[in-house]
Design a protein around this ligand. Structure first.
Ligand code: SF4
Length: 433
């Protein structure tokens, strides 16, 4: 093991935890660097960084990955997602060595089901695509956001319509993997007509997957200031819903299916990585600001097995890798929060929440809770209960009702709080974590 990673083990040990052996994990790698900050973006990231900081951060990520590979008992990596930030802004030769180092660390050649990288249109060039084609990456998620220059200017994106169309064209002809695009709904100045035009053009370009994001105004952003100053105004709730409905109808009209509130894909082209979050599967968050969730035993044995949320510190603390000073923040997730999160995410998806999986993971007392939920929620005409071919029981919301989820969640939260004292987490379920 890399010596500089021992302090993570010490941090876990000092907090009283020993990571469980995991049979498989998903991995999210956060590259928190962008050339400039978009007007709506409140993510943790750095701009104006020197190359040394980028290099040392990437070295730290490889060391952190090696630590977790060893600490979790060399799990198989199911899916890899490299996001940010702008990972595609890493110079091509450095990206090549970084991807090689990561795949060597995780031994991801066999069994990897999907490896995605986020790319911005302005970063697409032959050198980047040739590096990606020669690597484990088999899927690109491109942040197009809009094909209208006035909307892109409001969003403060570095790309414009021409750059995005050129990038799509190049990827379609030269990238060997699958292609997804992100589109923002609700940009000031966006109309149903402009949004439908964008989607038609994007769908004609041969993409397999679309993610829609509703624009939100976060504090401490340029967009927020412009709204406060009265220079821009956001669409009303009704206008936003009209935009969303128009987008959803247009995408489905092209043959893509809604498999989650914000995600659409041709059958078989759904993102595998996202499903890991929705199904409570463990995932590593590698890099500054990255969030991961793994299962651990408590040293005293009193709390048995617990889900831990680990959050990476900022780039400058992350630089302390080499001196053995860096420690991620460790938080024990309450089982109520853990279950609640699962329902919140699962009910946004087409397949819904796998109640049988929850029975296995949370032990016999949870059966009672789940029986109540099943009885109570399936009484609502909008909720569906069904069994899959393996006999797993699911609870799900039909497409047109997924938007009512917010109204059901308080009811769920109350039920979970009542059942909390009875819940336990099975450390080992058949097949392992
Ligand atoms: S490219 Fe993405 S991560 Fe970077 S500033 Fe823009 S929205 Fe934020």
């Amino acid at each position: 093991m890399h010596d500089s990673t021992m302090h993570i083990r010490h941090a876990l040990h000092d907090a009283g935890f020993e990571p469980l052996r995991h049979e498989r994990v998903s991995v999210y790698v956060h590259v928190p660097f962008c050339r400039t900050r978009c007007h709506y973006c409140a993510f943790y990231l750095e701009t104006g960084y020197p190359p040394r900081v980028l290099n040392e951060t990437l070295e730290g990520m490889v060391a952190e990955s090696a630590f977790w590979h060893e600490a979790l008992g060399a799990p198989a990596v199911d899916t890899l997602y490299i996001g940010g930030g702008t990972p595609s802004a890493i110079p091509a030769e450095r990206l090549e060595s970084f991807l090689e180092a990561l795949s060597g660390t995780f031994r991801t050649v066999d069994g990897l089901r999907e490896a995605t990288i986020e790319v911005n249109p302005e970063s697409v060039n032959p050198a980047l695509v040739s590096v990606l084609n020669a690597s484990i990456i088999d899927r690109i998620s491109m942040g197009v956001q809009s094909l209208h220059d006035n909307e892109l200017a409001v969003l403060g994106r570095r790309s414009n319509r021409a750059t995005a169309l050129r990038a799509l064209e190049y990827l379609r002809h030269h990238f060997k993997g699958r292609l997804s695009v992100d589109v923002i709904v609700g940009t000031p100045g966006q109309t149903v007509k402009s949004l439908k035009q964008d989607l038609h053009e994007l769908l004609e370009s041969g993409i397999e997957h679309v993610s829609l994001y509703g624009l939100t105004v976060e504090e401490d952003t340029v967009l927020h200031q412009q709204i406060v100053d009265g220079r821009l105004s956001m669409p009303t709730q009704d206008a936003h819903e009209d935009l969303w409905d128009a987008a959803s109808t247009t995408i489905q009209g092209a043959g893509l299916e809604s498999y989650e509130v914000s995600n659409y894909a041709f059958p078989g082209q759904e993102s595998v990585h996202n499903a890991a979050y929705w199904n409570l599967n463990p995932y590593l968050g590698i890099g500054p600001g990255a969030v991961g969730m793994v299962y651990a035993r408590t040293g005293d044995g009193e709390r048995g097995c617990v889900p831990l949320r680990l959050t990476g510190e900022d780039v400058f603390r992350y630089q302390q890798w080499k001196h053995g000073q860096y420690r991620p923040a460790i938080e024990v997730l309450s089982l109520t929060d853990h279950l609640f999160e699962h329902f919140m995410n699962g009910l946004r998806t087409r397949s819904g929440v796998n109640l049988s999986l929850l029975h296995r993971r949370f032990g016999v007392p949870a059966q009672h809770l789940l029986d109540i939920l099943q009885d109570r929620w399936c009484e609502f005409s909008k909720l569906q209960c069904y069994d899959d071919r393996q006999g797993n029981r699911y609870i799900s919301l039909p497409l047109e009702s997924r938007m009512i989820l917010d109204r059901l969640l308080p009811d769920l939260w109350n039920l979970l709080e009542v059942a909390l004292p009875e819940l336990t987490l099975n450390c080992i379920e058949p097949g392992g974590y």
